[in-house]
Design a protein around this ligand. Structure first.
Ligand code: SF4
Ligand code: SF4
Length: 105
């Protein structure tokens, strides 16, 4: 649809998909990377948007899983649909992302 008028912005939405969620994203993490508060707002000049939203996400802990995934690299050529032949495949974790209650439509 095309319109030839300038429409005013409605502004940011107040919708917060994580409010009230039982957080399967965190529970499925094989490394428990969200297991404790790692960052606080004081370290970041009062920022309120912290890793894991509340400062609980540890990149270093997640990195342990990335290293494990790389050790488990599939090194034999494999046919991948819609891609072709991959000479190697590393299946990175993504459990947090894949278990989010909000699915793309
Ligand atoms: S990618 Fe895997 S290891 Fe890293 S935070 Fe997400 S679930 Fe945890
Ligand atoms: S599962 Fe998705 S909606 Fe629920 S807390 Fe995690 S990121 Fe937020």
């Amino acid at each position: 649809m095309f319109l030839s008028v300038d429409l005013p912005s409605a502004g940011p939405s107040d919708w917060d998909p994580c409010a009230g969620c039982d957080m399967p994203c965190r529970k499925k993490c094989p490394q428990n990377a969200f297991g404790r508060i790692t960052y606080d707002a004081g370290q970041y000049g009062g920022l309120t948007k912290l890793p894991g939203r509340d400062g609980s996400y540890s990149l270093l802990t997640c990195d342990r899983q990335m290293a494990e995934d790389e050790e488990n690299e599939i090194k034999t050529p494999t046919e991948v649909p819609d891609y072709g032949t991959a000479v190697s495949i590393i299946k990175y974790c993504r459990e947090c992302e894949l278990n989010c209650r909000i699915k793309p439509s």
